[in-house]
Design a protein around this ligand. Structure first.
Ligand SMILES: NC(=O)c1ccc[n+]([C@@H]2O[C@H](COP(=O)([O-])OP(=O)(O)OC[C@H]3O[C@@H](n4cnc5c(N)ncnc54)[C@H](OP(=O)(O)O)[C@@H]3O)[C@@H](O)[C@H]2O)c1
Length: 364
């Protein structure tokens, strides 16, 4: 596996966006050992100064004049088109790229990775490459479900998502906030982003709907799960909708296993799972909520129960919440990057051992 220098030069592409700004915050929080930072965005943001480590960094325009040599690591979050155009250019300039868009998720040359799920997929990376971050709903679901899959063999997963405004970027969050202010003031609502009232509403996810009636977000849950679990056997069905929460997605997940299990076994597996925090207080009716997940690293898991509609004690149901700007995007990308730091680096991730995780996944 290739290694970054102990103090890499790091770039963020899309630094002014919802994910890019979170990346900056997480690099600081985790004391990522960046020697220096380059920030790129559209020409609109060129010259803007963004605070970092007590100082500030000037945003550069990513255009034909951009000098991209000498960057060891680039974290991309500027949309699919920019990733397709610039990801290969950075790689050819010797940069390890971690990309948040959907541009490379199905490309066999680009590992698709969640460190808690399939860290072993990074071992094949021996020279600068593009590594894809999965879709945010897939990341949040699989952090919770993969430990159950390793032990019990998930044969079928049915998910209903409740997706926040933040998943559609900084402008969508601003529009939901502005709709709340306008509603309170009794003035017309700005509907530029989604073309409809978002406040007090729920609507089907804003990605393209295919001929089979599924939208792209729903298809990603199937294709990305299969790719990371290295098996086409799992059956996945999803319904993805937007709800008027600002930040952090929720998902109701129903699972069918290969063998019989018990609520106790499922609870024990989840309690031991990295990146998972069980929030399940039946007496107090406290379960995962987006407001509690927002700003945190863990995927919250609760409403843990057997699914009585599956015979033979082979079914379970969960409700999960995760901050999709963090674990669904920025944090996952930085956790991937940490894997490439020298083993002696103090910020090197403490995710499960690569070999053990792979063996358990592929034993299915
Ligand atoms: N939001 C999430 O939870 C989430 C989760 C997973 C993946 N993603 C993916 O991450 C990417 C960014 O999402 P986001 O939510 O952060 O969006 P966002 O808030 O709209 O930010 C978009 C970023 O891209 C930059 N950009 C736009 N056009 C550009 C250009 N021509 N050249 C260079 N930079 C350009 C913007 O710069 P300006 O400010 O200068 O316009 C901004 O920094 C998308 O691919 C998205 O699918 C997002």
């Amino acid at each position: 596996m290739m290694q970054l220098p102990h103090d890499p030069v790091v770039a963020i592409v899309g630094a002014t966006g919802a994910v890019g700004r979170e990346m900056l915050a997480i690099l600081e929080e985790r004391a990522f050992p960046a020697r220096s930072l380059r920030l790129f965005a559209s020409p609109r943001s060129a010259g803007m100064r963004i605070p970092f480590r007590g100082g500030s960094v000037v945003v550069e325009s990513l255009d034909s004049g951009a000098a991209i040599e000498g960057i060891h690591l680039a974290l991309f979050s500027a949309g699919k088109g920019i990733s397709k155009e610039w990801g290969p250019r950075f790689r050819e300039a010797g940069t390890l790229v971690v990309d948040n868009s959907s541009a490379f998720r199905a490309d066999p040359a680009c590992p698709l990775v969640v460190p808690e799920v399939n860290p072993h997929a990074l071992e094949a990376v021996r020279s600068p490459a593009i590594i894809a971050n999965p879709n945010c709903s897939t990341i949040i679901a699989l952090v919770a479900v993969t430990p159950l899959h390793r032990a019990l063999g998930v044969e079928r997963m049915v998910a209903a998502t409740y997706q926040a405004a933040s998943g559609a970027g900084a402008a969508a969050m601003a529009e939901l906030e502005s709709q709340a202010r306008a509603f309170a003031a009794g003035t017309p609502l700005d509907t530029t982003i989604f073309g409809r009232q978002y406040l007090f509403n729920v609507f089907s996810h804003n990605s393209a709907v295919g001929d089979d009636g599924s939208n792209e977000e729903e298809r990603k849950l199937l294709t990305e799960t299969r790719r990371m679990w290295e098996s086409d056997a799992v059956r996945v069905a999803a319904t993805c909708v937007r709800v008027p929460t600002l930040r952090a997605h929720a998902e109701a997940i129903h699972l069918e296993f290969a063998r019989a299990t018990s609520e106790g076994e499922i609870r024990a597996l989840l309690a031991a799972a990295p990146g998972v925090r069980v929030v399940d207080d039946r007496a107090a009716n406290r379960f995962p909520e987006p407001l509690d997940a927002a700003g945190g690293d863990d995927v919250l898991v609760g409403r843990i129960r057997m699914d009585q509609s599956v015979p033979g004690a082979r079914g379970a149901a969960l409700f999960v919440c995760g901050d999709q700007i963090r674990k669904g995007a920025a944090l996952n990308a930085i956790q991937i990057a940490e894997r490439f730091l020298p083993a002696s680096s103090p910020t090197r991730a403490s995710a499960p051992a690569t070999g053990a995780a792979h063996a358990a996944l592929t034993a299915r």
